[in-house]
Design a protein around this ligand. Structure first.
Ligand SMILES: CC(C)(COP(=O)(O)OP(=O)(O)OC[C@H]1O[C@@H](n2cnc3c(N)ncnc32)[C@H](O)[C@@H]1OP(=O)(O)O)[C@@H](O)C(=O)NCCC(=O)NCCS
Length: 150
């Protein structure tokens, strides 16, 4: 597996995975706009020349939030999601983020297990945050500042 920053030529594959994985996918145009967003970092994981997954963050001052993470169903449970999240965490630490936060559907037990195994803590809930279907979001956060004192 290799992991590298999203490029213009990988956007169509990512947009296709978005449509496959989410009921409200990011459009190809909004993903292309992320290439020009100075606050955005998106990483792509490639296995055998194929786009296996991707994950993105936005960073504002010392705060970072996950914009999305998804892995092609054909490549799940091979450590791709974990590798992408760890790579984003390394960028956050290197660039001085105090924490990395994200929202996840409360029914998304696979993603919640991934995040909890990485040390994310539940810090809140956003009522009816998602549509199609309507569902609460759990707010999970990993605090890097705390790691230094542990
Ligand atoms: C959530 C998702 C990104 C996980 O990607 P993945 O590459 O399959 O995850 P990994 O193989 O890196 O899993 C790492 C660990 O997370 C946990 N985990 C991941 N998927 C899991 C699942 N479906 N059920 C239970 N635990 C799971 C396990 O502890 C796993 O370790 P293990 O395989 O050794 O048991 C993937 O299932 C996905 O794309 N889902 C659809 C999109 C989505 O829901 N994105 C999250 C939006 S918030």
């Amino acid at each position: 597996m290799i992991i590298y920053p999203m490029k213009a030529k990988t956007v169509p594959c990512i947009a296709a995975l978005e449509r496959l994985c989410f009921s409200e996918p990011w459009s190809q145009a909004s993903l292309e706009a992320e290439l020009r967003n100075p606050l955005a970092t998106w990483l792509v994981a490639e296995i055998g020349g194929q786009t296996a997954g991707y994950a993105g963050i936005h960073q504002v001052l010392d705060e970072a939030c996950v914009t999305n993470v998804a892995v092609d169903p054909a490549h799940r449970r091979k450590g791709v999601g974990k590798a992408l999240m760890l790579a984003l965490e390394n960028i956050c630490r290197r660039e001085g983020s105090a924490f990395l936060t994200l929202e996840v559907r409360e029914s998304n037990q696979g993603a919640i297990a991934l995040y909890q195994n990485l040390g994310f803590e539940e810090v809140g809930r956003r009522k009816h945050y998602y549509t199609h279907p309507t569902e609460d979001a759990l707010l999970l956060t990993k605090f890097f500042a705390r790691e230094a004192t542990l």
